[in-house]
Design a protein around this ligand. Structure first.
Ligand code: SF4
Length: 218
């Protein structure tokens, strides 16, 4: 690895609030290989104990998808299926998400999907402010590596965490926001749509607005 590349890699970690490394330089992935870098970081954090959510963790759900994605999806946190598999948005909510993406001609394989917290809150409760803050450096790091062109935040907890807002989801959707200089769209979480089908129509409107901006970037 060149000195310049190494400095870029360390700066990226520093921007994300990471001050310690537990791997030797010879083990560092090439910072230009985003996929290898994300895989390496996921392995490093697998035993994270930074917040109480570690106690109920079977598998840390770091995130998955295209490391060069133009679109990043951010949900609230893993549920039971995700905790078991280590993969985000699986189960019924994940299947609905796949259908929603297909409706706007986006394949799951072309985007990157992650959550605000990487470990499952017990009983699917909302993650506390402390838990969200503890996990936020990992998300910032992922965004710094992937540098998506658009972020879609799904669900109220995720939207409020990203935007530092206390507004309702109704107020936050159908407006374009910004996080780390990246345009942010807000919509319903697929799990919420399964509980309340009346929200499917407004969710469809959100996706159409997202599709217009996404297609203009391709
Ligand atoms: S939720 Fe995040 S900060 Fe908390 S233990 Fe899991 S990885 Fe660590």
């Amino acid at each position: 690895m060149s000195r310049r590349a190494l400095l870029q890699y360390l700066e990226l970690l520093n921007q994300s609030g990471i001050r310690q490394l537990f791997i030797t330089p010879s083990q560092m992935p090439d910072p230009d290989d985003k996929g290898a870098l994300l895989d390496s970081l996921a392995q490093q954090y697998a035993d994270c104990q930074k917040c109480p959510l570690s106690t109920g963790r079977i598998k840390l759900v770091y995130g998955e998808g295209n490391p060069d994605a133009r679109l990043m999806l951010i949900g609230e946190g893993p549920g039971d299926n995700e905790n078991q598999t280590g993969r985000p948005f699986v189960g019924a909510a994940g299947q609905l998400l796949d259908k929603m993406l297909a409706a706007i001609q986006i394949k799951r394989a072309e985007i990157y999907i992650t959550n605000i917290v990487k470990c499952r809150p017990p009983g699917n409760r909302n993650p506390s402010n402390e838990e969200r803050l503890a996990c936020m450096p990992y998300l910032v790091e992922q965004i710094n590596i992937i540098r998506p062109r658009i972020i879609l935040v799904m669900g109220l907890v995720a939207a409020q965490s990203i935007l530092g807002s206390t507004e309702t989801l109704s107020n936050l959707r159908q407006r374009q926001h910004s996080f780390m200089g990246i345009p942010v769209f807000v919509s319903y979480h697929p799990a919420a749509l399964l509980r309340n089908p009346n929200w499917k129509r407004p969710a469809w409107e959100d996706l159409q607005a997202l599709q217009k901006v996404y297609e203009s970037m391709i």
